[in-house]
Design a protein. Structure first.
Length: 310
């Protein structure tokens, strides 16, 4: 049983991703209403050495003997940039691993130069931004005292104007809270001149810290995407998993039947499925997610590859 490593996790965005937790569960400076790790129990805003780096490196060496993930991803059950050794850790990981490194961050510490420099050691940064106005930030992210969206936006602006790395900016939508006309206009106003690889709209997949909140529908996410694109933002995608056939426009029963039929005989890798069914990975994953939710198929990692099996 590893202390700092979790996964590997099959993911459409990152392929085979091995997760690394850089803080103790659940250490964060936010307490987001949608957090799938539950409420924040260690509400800290101070950067510290939360883990034993040598032990982490040993654990990674051990896992990497049998696995070559597409990404090592620093995320987990807290905010990774709270670990003040982030840059050092990424450099150490590079010595034993030649694949890509991603960091998923809540963006709260981007105003800190050391955090920005540490992130520059990674290949891909996935920062989140769920609000642009202060009151909505407080409702969505319930920050630790003293943390303001003004400060986060300042940091985000510095980061986006200097980074040379890929940035997938994630906006988590909770209907009725951060999807008002005014707040969407605020997002456009802030993001319109920023250099971002892609903006990703996400919503709840599992119950959040506040049980009452509901995932945004695909219809609402599509409306927001269209509004962003028509307002001049480029590359906006929805990453919410499709969980029902009704949500998927032009759902093909025939394709579903073909997928199930193939998997009846044997398991297939994603690449094989793409080639045989002549559909792209994004489209196929929509079907896989629905069928997986219904318990008809499994998405697994075996021998460094993502396989689909019944
Ligand atoms: S920033 Fe991430 S870990 Fe922290 S409360 Fe929000 S969702 Fe959870």
């Amino acid at each position: 049983m590893y202390k700092y490593i979790f996964g590997p996790v099959p993911s459409r965005r990152l392929g085979v991703s091995l997760g690394v937790d850089l803080v103790m569960s659940k250490t964060c400076n936010l307490n987001c209403i949608y957090c799938e790790c539950g409420s924040t129990t260690k509400f800290y805003n101070m950067r510290d050495s939360y883990i034993d780096i040598n032990k982490l490196v040993e654990e990674l060496k051990d896992v990497l003997q049998n696995l070559t993930p597409d990404y090592i991803t620093f995320s987990g059950s807290g905010e990774p940039t709270l670990n003040k050794d982030l840059g050092t850790i990424i450099k150490k990981v590079r010595k034993i691993y030649s694949g890509k490194i991603a960091v998923i961050t809540n963006s709260s510490l981007l105003n800190d130069l050391d955090v920005r420099e540490s992130l520059e050691e990674a290949d891909l940064i996935i920062p989140s931004l769920d609000a642009v106005s202060e009151d909505i930030f407080k409702r969505m992210n319930r920050p630790i005292e003293g943390l303001s969206i003004k400060n986060i936006l300042e940091g985000m602006t510095k980061f986006l104007s200097t980074t040379k790395k890929d940035v997938y900016l994630e906006i988590f939508i909770v209907e009725g809270i951060n999807d008002s006309v005014e707040e969407l206009e605020n997002f456009v106003e802030y993001l319109k001149d920023k250099k971002i690889t892609t903006i990703q709209l996400n919503t709840l997949a599992r119950p959040g810290a506040i049980k009452e909140i509901k995932p945004a529908s695909i219809k609402r996410l599509s409306e927001i995407r269209e509004y962003f694109i028509s307002s001049g933002l480029k590359s906006v995608e929805i990453i919410k998993k499709y969980t029902s056939r009704e949500e998927l426009p032009k759902y093909s029963d025939k394709l579903e039947e073909l997928i199930l039929n193939m998997l009846n005989k044997r398991k297939y890798s994603i690449d094989e499925m793409v080639e045989l069914l002549q559909r792209n990975e994004i489209e196929l994953f929509k079907y896989f997610n629905i069928l997986q939710k219904e318990g008809k198929i499994k998405i697994v990692v075996e021998n460094d590859q993502i396989y689909i099996k019944s």
